[in-house]
Design a binder for this molecule. Structure first.
Ligand code: ADP
Length: 709
C-alpha cells in the first residue's frame, strides 16, 4: 500500500473524503473505462464542470476512444471519431503538449466529443514528460483551470497510464494468443462452438458459423436452416447438459444450410468454468455423415461378403459332391504341382488315409511321384488346353499294376496365369484286357479263315473227284444198261423159241403127250413166261435209264382206259372174287399223254391190288384238280397193307416185302419201280398211303396235258 500513500497526502485539505474515496476506487479498478467514468462523475460532483469527456488511445489501433463523458448529447458521441494520425487536429496536437491547453474555439471542420466549442484539453500521463495515454476534455470559457480538475487529471493520468500499460501488455499477448487460438480453431475442420449454458453463441469457428450463423446476404432457406440448427443444437445441449459434469457425447442431426441435406454429427460438449464469465460450454461437432454412410457401406459389403462366402461354401460343397460322385479319380494341383483337391477314388491312390502299412505308403508315394512328373509335363506345355498321357500307377492295397490314362486341363486366372491343373484318371486295365482279347480274337479269326480256305480247297478237290466219279459211274451205268438191253434181247429170242416149241408140244403138234408130260410142259411154259416178263421189265428199266423210252402223246378218256384195263385183267379179277368198282368224279377231262404208258401203270397197280387183297374190295377212282390241272387216278384196296417203314422200299428195284422162299405172291419186284419211272417221264408222280392189315391206296397224278420233255 506504499504506492497509495502519496495521492492520499495530496488530497488532504481539499475534499479529503471525496478524494480518498475516489483514489480507493481507482486502486481497486482495473478497467480504464470504469475509472474514467468514475473520474468524470467525480469532476461533475466536486468541480465546477458541467461538460467533460475522457479519450484514451486504443493500444492496437491508432484510434482515440471515447470511454467516458458527461453532459454531452448522444448525437455528439455517435458522430465522433478521431485518429491519432490526424496530426492537424487540435486534440491530437494537445496530446503531445506537456501542459493542458485551452481550445478557445474549435474550428468547425474539427470535431470534439463536447457540445461546447471552447474547452480545456488536459493530456493524461503518469508523470510530466512521459507519453500521454489519453485526454481529459473539460468545457470552459476561460483558459484558467481550477485545482480540483488539475488534481483529478493528474490522478486519472496516472491511473490511465497504469491500466493502459498493463492492458497494452495484456492486450498484445492476449490478442496474439487469441489470434492463434482463433486460427487453431478455424484450422480444425470440425465445427467448434463456445456457448453459454443456454446455447447462446459466444465464439464459433468458421465451420460452426456456416452451420449456425447466416450472413446478411443469405437466402431465406439458409436463414431458416441456421435457425433450425441453432434450435436443434440448443435442445441437444440442454438435454445433455442435465447433470453433465464432464464430457458428454451424443449424436446430433443438423441441416446443411447450403445444400439442405441431412448432416449427422457427433456432439462432444464439455463445461468450462471461468471465474469472470461464469460457466460456458465448449462443443465440438464431428461430422459423422460420411462415417455413418461408410459404416453402412461396410456393413453392407460385410453382408455381401458373408453371402458370397456362403455361396462359395455351397459351391464348394456341390463341387465336392460332384467330384466325389465320379468313379474316376479327379485331382486338382497348383502351379507347384501340389495336390489341393481330390475326390475319394483319388484319395485311395494318393493318400491312403488311416493306413500305416509300409508297403501301402511306399506305393502311395510312388503314385504321387508319377503324378507329379505328369503334371510337370502339363505345366511345361502351358500353351495347350488339354493334355493326355498314360501313367503307370499301382493299387496301394494290393500292389497290382494300375495303368491309367490321364487327361489334364488347365485353369487360368483372369490375367491368363496358370492357376490349377485338373487331372482325371481313367483305369486302363479293362481297356488293355479288351485290346488283348481283341488281338486274340483277330488271330483266331485269321486262323479260322486259313482253315476255311484249306477246307474249301479240299472240298473243291473232292467235288472234282466226285464229278469224275460221277462221270465214270454214268459211263458204267450206260454200259450196264446197254449190256442189259443187249442181253435181254439176246435172252428173249431163245425164250420165245422155248415158248413156241412148248406151245406146239402142248397142242399135240408133235404127237400126243401123256399127262405127266403135259404137267412138266405146263411148268416149262409158266416159268418161261415169268422169265420173259422179267426180261421185259429189265428191258423197260434199262430203256428208261438210257433215256431211250419214246413217248407217244394222244388224247384219251380215263373211263375207256378203266374199261380196257378191267377187260385185260378179267380172268384175274374173276379168280380173285373181289368186288371191283370204278368211280369217275365230276369234271375229269380227257388226258393228253402217252396212253400206252398210263395203261401200263394202271395195269400194274390194279394187278398188285388184286394180288395183295385176300378179301374185300378194290376201287379205282379218277378225279381232277382244276387248280393244279392235274388228274389223279387212285387204286384202293382192303388188302394186307404196307407198314410205314416199308413204304419207301416198295418203289426200289427188285424189292419185294416178303422175300422168303415161302412167299405167297408171285412177281419180279420191278413193277412199282418201273411205274414210278414211267410216271416221272410222263411228268407225274405216284403216291402211297397204306396201313398194315387194312389196305393200301396208290395214286397216280398226271398233268392233264403232257409236258414237252
Ligand atoms: P411184284 O412184281 O413182286 O409185285 P412190285 O414192284 O409190283 O413187284 O411190288 C413190290 C412189292 O410191293 C410186292 O412184292 C409187295 O410186297 C408190295 N406190294 C405192291 N402192291 C401192293 C399192294 N397193293 N398191297 C400190298 N403190298 C403190295
Amino acid at each position: 500500500m506504499s504506492r497509495a500513500a502519496a495521492p492520499l497526502a495530496q488530497v488532504q485539505g481539499v475534499d479529503s473524503d471525496a478524494k480518498l474515496a475516489f483514489v480507493e476506487f481507482l486502486l481497486t479498478s482495473i478497467d480504464v473505462q470504469e475509472s474514467s467514468r468514475r473520474a468524470v462523475d467525480w469532476l461533475v460532483a466536486h468541480a465546477p464542470v458541467t461538460e467533460a469527456a475522457v479519450l484514451v488511445a486504443e493500444p492496437l489501433t491508432s484510434e482515440m476512444l471515447l470511454v467516458a463523458e458527461h453532459g454531452v448529447t448522444s448525437g455528439a458521441i455517435m458522430d465522433f471519431s478521431l485518429s491519432r494520425e490526424d496530426s492537424a487536429h487540435p486534440l491530437i496536437q494537445a496530446l503531445h503538449t506537456p501542459a493542458p491547453s485551452f481550445v478557445d474555439a474549435l474550428p468547425l471542420h474539427h470535431r470534439a466529443p463536447l457540445e461546447s466549442r471552447s474547452f480545456h484539453v488536459i493530456p493524461l500521463r503518469a508523470e510530466a514528460g512521459e507519453h500521454a495515454h489519453g485526454l481529459l476534455l473539460v468545457a470552459g470559457l476561460a483558459p484558467a483551470l481550477d485545482a480540483e480538475t488539475l488534481w483529478l487529471s493528474r490522478t486519472l493520468g496516472k491511473q490511465v497510464s497504469r491500466l493502459m500499460g498493463r492492458q497494452l501488455l495484456a492486450e498484445t499477448r492476449f490478442g496474439q494468443e487469441r489470434m492463434l487460438l482463433y486460427s487453431i480453431i478455424n484450422a480444425v475442420t470440425d465445427p467448434i462452438l463456445l456457448t453459454d449454458t443456454e446455447g447462446k453463441l459466444i465464439i464459433a469457428n468458421s465451420h460452426a458459423e456456416k452451420l449456425f450463423a447466416a450472413p446478411e446476404e443469405a437466402s431465406e432457406g439458409w436463414r431458416r436452416a441456421a435457425a433450425l440448427n441453432n434450435m436443434l443444437f440448443s435442445a441437444a445441449l440442454s438435454t445433455s447438459a442435465v447433470g453433465m459434469s464432464e464430457m458428454s457425447r451424443r449424436e446430433l442431426l443438423l441441416v446443411d444450410p447450403l445444400e439442405g441435406s441431412d448432416l449427422l454429427f457427433e456432439l462432444l460438449s464439455s463445461r468450462a468454468k471461468d471465474e469472470r464469465q461464469g460457466t460456458y460450454v465448449v462443443s465440438i461437432l464431428r461430422n459423422v455423415t460420411d462415417l455413418a454412410r461408410a459404416k453402412e457401406e461396410i456393413e453392407e459389403s460385410y453382408r455381401t461378403l458373408r453371402v458370397a462366402q456362403a455361396e462359395v461354401r455351397d459351391e464348394r460343397h456341390r463341387l465336392d459332391l460332384i467330384i466325389d460322385s465320379v468313379a474316376d479319380p479327379i485331382l486338382v494341383t497348383d502351379q507347384e504341382g501340389d495336390i489341393v483337391l481330390m475326390n475319394t477314388p483319388a484319395e485311395r491312390l494318393f493318400n491312403a488315409p488311416g493306413i500305416d502299412d509300409e508297403g501301402t505308403l511306399r506305393r502311395v508315394r510312388a503314385n504321387g511321384a508319377n503324378l507329379t512328373s505328369f503334371v510337370s509335363n502339363v505345366l511345361t506345355r502351358s500353351g495347350e488346353q488339354r493334355y493326355r498321357g498314360e501313367i503307370q500307377l499301382g493299387d496301394p492295397m494290393t500292389g497290382r499294376p494300375l495303368p491309367v490314362e490321364a487327361v489334364a486341363g488347365t485353369i487360368l486366372s483372369e490375367q491368363g496365369e496358370l492357376m490349377w491343373v485338373v487331372t482325371i484318371l481313367h483305369d486302363l486295365t479293362e481297356a488293355i484286357e479288351k485290346a488283348r482279347l481283341y488281338e486274340q480274337l483277330k488271330q483266331a479269326s485269321v486262323e479260322l479263315e486259313r482253315k476255311v480256305q484249306e477246307a474249301t480247297a479240299e472240298l473243291a478237290d473232292q467235288n472234282e473227284l466226285l464229278r469224275r466219279q460221277h462221270i465214270a459211274l454214268e459211263q458204267a451205268s450206260a454200259l450196264k444198261s446197254q449190256f442189259l438191253a443187249n442181253m435181254s434181247h439176246e435172252f428173249r429170242t431163245p425164250l420165245n423159241a422155248i415158248l413156241g416149241y412148248t406151245h406146239m408140244l402142248l397142242n399135240n403138234v408133235t404127237g400126243p403127250v401123256s399127262d405127266p408130260q403135259r404137267k412138266s410142259l405146263t411148268r416149262i411154259d409158266s416159268n418161261s413166261r415169268h422169265l420173259l416178263a422179267l426180261i421185259n421189265d429189265i428191258l423197260d428199266i434199262t430203256r428208261i435209264e438210257a433215256g431211250r423210252m419214246p413217248l407217244n402223246a394222244t388224247s384219251f378218256g380215263i373211263g375207256e382206259l378203266f374199261d380196257e384195263v378191267q377187260a385185260e385183267l378179267e380172268p384175274i379179277i374173276k379168280r380173285s372174287n373181289l368186288a371191283l368198282t370204278t368211280k369217275m368224279r365230276a369234271g375229269v377231262p380227257t388226258v393228253r399223254a402217252d396212253r400206252q404208258k398210263v395203261k401200263q401203270i394202271m395195269l400194274n397197280l390194279l394187278s398188285n391190288a388184286l394180288k395183295f387183297t385176300p378179301a374185300g374190295s378194290v376201287t379205282m377212282t379218277a378225279s381232277y384238280d382244276s387248280k393244279q390241272k392235274e388228274i389223279a387216278i387212285a387204286v384202293k384196296d382192303t388188302g394186307v397193307g404196307i407198314p410205314v417203314e416199308d413204304q419207301v422200299k416198295v418203289f426200289e428195284d427188285f424189292r419185294q416185302l416178303d422175300s422168303s422162299p415161302a412167299r405167297g405172291y408171285g412177281g419180279t419186284g420191278l413193277g412199282l419201280s418201273i411205274c414210278r419211272r414211267l410216271a416221272h417221264i410222263l411228268g407225274g408222280s405216284i403216291e402211297l398211303e397204306s396201313t398194315a392189315g387194312k389196305g393200301s391206296t396208290f395214286t397216280l397224278r398226271l398233268p392233264a396235258k403232257a409236258r414237252k420233255r
